[in-house]
Write a protein that binds this ligand. Structure first.
Ligand code: ADP
Ligand code: MG
Length: 691
């Protein structure tokens, strides 16, 4: 039964309620609710209960589980075992061990914040995200910071940004006379797209093994042309995988809810029920890990790269985002009368204002070597941030701003023309699949994040920029003589000054790009172009003002992202060179030899030998391949000589990637001529249609 396995490996609220003394439980709950620190005594009691529970569930070790800037999670297992001196041992776990860990911080990316000689770092328990058991290890979600308190991870800034939202949202509510809520949380639901390939095919391709994506591969006869994969029937192998995946996720308390085939062949999606942002981020990290582990059990490999295959859709991760009070009220829910719902309108306007002021930050938050192949592609949101509201909502805001009467359009029935179908009420806006940032009824859906990325960064940015606009609104409304008039003024200004960010049309069209330029919206085509703007004065300002990053933290992050970008492309280039030399050129040569042998055989019996043309073509491709290898080598050499800062990143973007593509064009052309026997690794048709 799902309901019995759900959360069975989680030290969650109901386990705590059952196992902690009532006073301790209450103190723990208060600490979460009020963002207050936990006393040492309470921590000791919680730790002990956690240990007993974990051991009963087969755990032998514990670990502080954290999210360094590597993008994957980190863990260092320690056993509960403690020798007693008489040759025996007891199982121990103290409050101190629960609250604080001291991993060596010098081996994690710190962007210069940590040098190897000052290696101390701390992991600090996040009591608002439940501990869980993974592989016999009690995992305690923690934040990771340096000896001097600088954030070295993706959780610390997220938690800070959630505090900023809480503070500014409560303040804005108070300014309009709403004082009944004690806390405002950000909620996140991360839809996760992924590909499945067979373990055998995966192992046979160096590019998949080393880079997570194919660096070569000619277009197969069939791609996603027929649009028959999206929501298509799930085949038995994948179905078993999905069932297993859900079960493992449920045990860990991840509320996996929907699953389906995605657009590209071999592409699928899993989405959970949304949760408080930091828990949702933890859960998404876990989901990615479990997806890979479960795949291995099924003889499969799960690819989370943003663009594993050219020519078919890439994989994204939609960050659904909203604001919720401690009593469960969604502040972005329009309710029955949005036109007069100033609470809704103000929070909506705060998001519009934030996204217009800091759309560049949203773009930067999803920058990365992998996602560059996806953003701006025909199937993915473009690299220009705009906001979809739907015509009706936008019209409503305009009516307020320009003092026009507003006519309600709701309650219309959708006519399907089929009378046996039950009638349903039309949503107040149609769906827009092309917008990078869309209002979808009672939440925003940010569609730019890449499949392999943590949703922490985009969520941190969303929280920060929304909180910043809320503060601006509060300051105005608090100081106003006529609150209602000021609310209207705030809405009016949002429409007039930030309306340029709203676009309800087709974001994939060429007209939109031209229009966006006219509106003065920024477009950063790739990571190398985007990253320098992370530390633009206005961006440092908004993070510092809201207590999310210090300037030095932000600068160090930029270095980390640049470093990662350069290294990722460097590895790709080395892999491409290796495959070209070791596999592709030899395959071409082998097939030429085969053709020439058949030609000799045919001439021996005086039969016509039509191989010459293919041999000539292949020999010229071989020569071109050698040239392109030399070009790529030269570009890579030049870039590597610059290290891994901005100058190097520019070279990787402008010279190394185009050189890789140049080599690919030659290889892909040869792939279509060389026989299957001679080609040395599985082709796209096998990769995409094998399972
Ligand atoms: P849509 O119809 O727009 O695709 P769904 O209801 O299917 O929306 O939800 C898509 C994702 O958005 C799910 O992961 C869901 O849990 C999440 N979601 C729904 N409501 C919220 C909310 N208030 N805050 C954050 N995420 C939400
Ligand atoms: Mg989707």
């Amino acid at each position: 039964m799902i309901k019995d396995i759900f959360g069975s490996l989680v030290f969650n609220d109901s386990v705590m309620a059952g196992r902690l003394p009532p006073d301790t439980y209450k103190e723990y709950k208060d600490c979460i609710r009020l963002d207050a620190p936990l006393s040492k005594e309470v921590a000791d009691v919680v730790a002990n209960a956690m240990k007993d529970w974990a051991i009963e569930h087969g755990a032998t070790h514990f670990t502080h589980w954290f999210q360094p800037m590597t993008g994957v999670t980190a863990e260092k297992h320690e056993s509960f075992l403690s020798p007693t001196g008489d040759g025996k041992a007891i199982m121990e776990f103290s409050g101190k061990e629960l609250i604080k860990g001291e991993p060596d911080a010098s081996s994690f990316p710190s962007g210069g914040l940590r040098a190897t000689f000052e290696a101390r770092g701390y992991t600090n328990w996040d009591p608002s995200s439940y501990a869980f058991i993974k592989d016999g290890v009690l995992c305690i979600p923690t934040a990771f910071c340096s000896y001097t308190g600088e954030a070295l991870d993706k959780k610390t800034p997220l938690l800070r940004s959630m505090e900023a939202v809480n503070k500014e949202a409560l303040r804005l509510l108070k300014a309009i006379g709403v004082t009944e809520y004690k806390h405002v949380y950000t909620t996140v639901g991360a839809e996760q797209e992924y590909f499945l390939v067979s373990k055998e095919d995966f192992s046979a391709r160096k590019d998949l093994r080393f880079t997570g994506r194919t660096l070569f591969g000619a277009r197969p006869p069939k791609g996603q042309d027929l649009e028959d994969h999206y929501f298509g029937p799930v085949n038995p192998t994948v179905s078993e995988y999905m069932r297993d995946l859900d079960e493992e996720l449920w045990k860990l308390g991840v509320a996996a809810k929907t699953r389906h085939n995605e657009t590209a062949p071999a592409q699928h999606e899993s989405a959970p029920v949304f949760a408080t942002a930091n828990i949702a981020v933890d859960h998404n990290q876990l989901t990615m890990e479990v997806m890979k582990r479960v795949a291995a059990k099924h003889g499969l490999v799960c690819l989370l790269h943003e663009k594993p295959f050219a020519g078919v859709s890439g994989s994204g991760k939609h960050d659904n985002w909203s604001l919720e009070t401690d009593t469960g009220v969604n502040l972005l829910s329009p309710g029955g009368h949005p036109y007069t719902n100033s609470r809704f309108l103000l929070f909506l306007c705060a998001v519009i204002t934030g996204v217009d002021n800091y759309g560049d930050l949203l773009r930067i938050s999803v920058a990365g070597a992998g996602n560059d192949h996806r953003l701006g592609g025909h199937e993915a949101p473009p690299a220009i941030v705009s906001l979809f509201l739907g015509d009706e909502l936008w019209e409503m805001l305009n009516c307020i701003a320009y003092d026009r009467p507003y006519v309600r359009h709701d309650g219309l029935n959708v006519e399907t023309g089929v009378h046996i179908l039950p009638r349903f009420e039309k949503d107040s806006s149609d769906r827009n699949r092309t917008s990078p940032f869309a209002f979808t009824g009672n939440k925003f859906e940010f569609r730019m994040p890449g499949a392999s990325m943590s949703v922490s960064e985009p969520t941190t940015v969303l929280n920060t920029i929304a909180a910043d606009a809320m503060r601006e609104f509060s300051e105005r409304i608090e100081n106003a003589r006529d609150i209602q008039a000021e609310i209207k003024a705030v809405i009016t200004e949002t429409v007039k000054e930030h309306g340029r960010i709203v676009f309800n049309g087709n974001n994939y069209s060429a007209e939109w790009r031209a229009e966006a330029v006219k509106r003065g919206l920024t477009e950063y085509k790739n990571t190398a172009e985007a990253l320098p703007h992370l530390t633009d004065a206005k961006n440092i300002g908004v993070f510092v003002r809201n207590g999310v990053f210090t300037e030095s933290e932000l600068r160090s992050r930029k270095e980390i992202y640049l470093d990662n970008y350069c290294k990722t492309i460097s590895i790709e280039a080395l892999t491409a060179l290796d495959m070209a030399r070791q596999q592709i050129l030899p395959a071409i040569a082998a097939y030429i030899a085969e053709l020439s042998a058949s030609e000799r055989g045919l001439s021996a019996i005086n039969a016509e030998a039509p191989m010459a043309e293919d041999m000539k073509k292949l020999s010229s491709l071989y020569a071109a391949g050698k040239e392109r290898i030399a070009d790529l080598e030269a570009a890579l050499f030049k870039a590597r000589a610059r290290g891994s800062g901005q100058a190097a990143a520019n070279l990787y973007a402008e010279e190394v990637l185009p050189a890789m593509l140049g080599l690919r064009v030659v290889a892909d052309e040869a792939e279509l001529i060389v026989s299957e026997e001679c080609w040395q690794y599985p082709k796209y048709d096998k990769l995409l249609f094998d399972i």
